[in-house]
Ligand binder design. Sequence first.
Ligand SMILES: [Zn+2]
Length: 244
Amino acid sequence: MSNWPAIFYSPHQDDEAIGFAGAIREHKEAGRPVYLVLLTNGINPGLLDILNGRVYCGWHQTYHNYQLTMEQLMWARKIEFVASAKRLGVDRTYIVEDGQGLDDGEPYYDYAGFLTRVTNIIQRFESEFSGASHKLVSGSLDAWPDGSRNPTHVACWEAAISLRNQITDFRFYRVYVYGHPLNDRNAGFILNLRSSWLDAKREALNQYKFFNPDAGRFALGYHSVPTLIDAAFEDGKEYLDFLP
Ligand SMILES: [Zn+2]
C-alpha cells in the first residue's frame, strides 16, 4: 500500500509551494512516491499588466517595462513551477494538456466545462495509478478574508466531491488561509511541519520570489500573491480538510 503514489494537484503555479509543500516532504520522507500535477496554464492579465508597466509594481516601486507577451508570461510561470517541484524532490512532475495546462480563464466563463475537465483528469490518474492518494485544494472551504473564493480551486474541491463514490483517499489543503491573520487560520486538521519539511517548503517558495529578468525569472508568484507567500514562509503549519 505504501508504494502507491501520493498525487498532488496544484491548481496554479505557486499553490503547491504555499499550500502543501510540507505535506509533499512528509510523504516523501515516509517513502511514498510523490507526483505533482499542474492543472492550469498560468494565464493572468493582471500579472502581465504589472510586468509590462500598465500597473505600478508596489514591490519594486517602479513601472516595469519587460514587454512580455502572455505566452512568455505563461512559460515563465511554468518555469517557476518546475523549479519549485525540483526543490521539493517530487518523483514526477506533470503539466496537463500536453504541457499547456487548462485555460485558467475558463472557470470564469464556462465553470461547468472546466469542472468536467478537472474531474476527468483526476479519473485518468486514478485509472493509471489505481489506489493512489489524491491531494487537492480545499476550494469551497478556503476563502480569502473578504469571503471570496477562487473558482479554479472550487472546481478542484467539487470534482473530488463528485468522485467520492469511486475514490475514497482524498485530502485537501488550504491556500488562501494564509491570507488570514495567524490566529485566524483554521481547517479540519492542522499539520505541524517538521523543520526539514519547512526548509524544503521555504526553498520552493523562494523559487516564486527569485527575480532575475535576464535569466527569464520574473518572480511571478511573488508579484501575484506576495502576502500568501510571505505568510506561508513564516507559518510552520499546513491546513488540511477531509471529504465532508
Ligand atoms: Zn516588480
